[in-house]
Design a protein around this ligand. Structure first.
Ligand code: PGA
Length: 259
C-alpha cells in the first residue's frame, strides 16, 4: 500500500486526476471505476479541465460506478446516476452507452448485482478504481462487518452512513436504507486502486485502514491485500497516522542504457 500525503484538497485532486489521465492516455479503451461523494469532485473537475483544455479523450473509455441507492430513480437529484451525469459524464466525451451505474430500480436486485459483476468482467475488468472512504471506514457501501471477498450485492446502510448522508436530503427519514454496492472482492479485482481522503473527519478511518489490522470492522483495511493500491490524503486526513509518508508517487529511477 502506497500512502501519499498532499498539502491540501486541490493537490490531492490534481494527483488523482493525473493518475486517471495517465491510464486513459496509455489505453484509450480503458475501464474506469468511479465513485460518488464530495471527495472525488475535485478530481472530476480536473479531469473535465484536462478534457477541455488538453484534449484528454474519453471517447473509447468505459466506466463502472461503485454504488447506487435502492428504490431511487436515475432522475432523482440524490441518485448516483444523476450525480455522475452532472459532475462528470456530461462534461467529457465518454459515450453514455459505455457508462454503468448500478440500477437502484431493478425489478430483481439480486440478479442485477450478479449481472453487474459479470458485466465488469465482460468489459475486461477495471483498470483504475477511485474510492472515497466513510468516516466508519466503509468503501463504496460496504459497511463495517462486510466480508473481505464480498461480491456486488444489496446492503442495509449503517447508522453512521445514514447520518453522514442526511445532509443531502430534506429529512433524515428521506435517506434510503438500502443500496446496491460493488463488493470488496469486486473492488480488489481492479488492476489499480486509488483511495482519496480529505478532512480531519476521515483521519481515524485512514489510520485504521493504513496502520491497523485487516479487519471486516474497517472495510477499507482490506485494501492492504491489494498489490497496487495508493492512498492519497490531505494533511488533515493524515493527522492520525503514526508513521511519516511521502508526498510524491514512488517511481523507479531511470536506468541509463549502457553504450
Ligand atoms: P464523501 O463520502 O466523499 O462525501 O466524504 C465518502 C464515502 O462515504 O465513501
Amino acid at each position: 500500500m502506497e500512502v501519499i500525503v498532499k498539502k491540501d484538497y486541490e493537490q490531492m485532486s490534481r494527483l488523482a486526476a493525473q493518475m486517471i489521465a495517465d491510464v486513459v492516455r496509455e489505453n484509450p479503451r480503458c475501464v474506469l471505476g468511479l465513485a460518488t461523494g464530495s471527495t472525488p469532485l475535485g478530481t472530476y473537475k480536473e479531469l473535465i479541465r484536462m478534457h477541455k483544455k488538453e484534449g484528454l479523450d474519453f471517447s473509447q473509455a468505459a466506466s463502472f460506478n461503485l454504488d447506487e441507492y435502492v428504490g431511487v430513480k436515475p432522475t432523482h437529484k440524490q441518485s448516483y446516476w444523476y450525480f455522475m451525469y452532472h459532475n462528470l459524464f456530461r462534461h467529457i466525451n465518454i459515450p453514455l452507452e459505455n457508462v454503468h451505474v448500478p440500477d437502484g430500480t431493478a425489478a430483481d436486485v439480486e440478479a442485477h448485482c450478479a449481472w453487474y459483476d459479470d458485466e465488469i468482467e465482460r468489459w475486461g475488468g477495471i483498470d483504475i478504481q477511485i474510492l472515497g472512504i466513510g468516516g466508519n471506514g466503509h468503501i463504496a457501501f460496504n459497511e463495517p462487518g462486510t466480508a473481505v471477498f464480498s461480491r456486488t450485492n444489496w446492503v442495509a446502510l449503517d447508522k453512521r452512513t445514514i447520518e453522514d448522508n442526511a445532509r443531502f436530503f430534506k429529512r433524515k427519514s428521506d435517506v434510503p436504507r438500502f443500496a446496491i454496492t460493488m463488493g470488496i472482492g469486486t473492488i480488489l479485482e481492479a488492476r489499480r486502486v486509488v483511495l482519496l481522503a480529505n478532512k480531519a473527519s476521515k483521519a481515524e478511518a485512514i489510520a485504521a485502514t493504513v496502520e491497523g489490522p485487516i479487519t471486516a470492522i474497517v472495510p477499507a483495511s482490506a485494501l492492504q491485500l491489494h498489490p497496487n493500491c495508493t492512498i492519497i490524503t490531505d494533511r488533515a486526513a493524515a493527522g492520525k497516522l503514526k508513521r511519516k509518508y511521502g508526498s510524491t508517487p514512488r517511481k523507479l529511477p531511470k536506468v541509463r542504457k549502457k553504450k
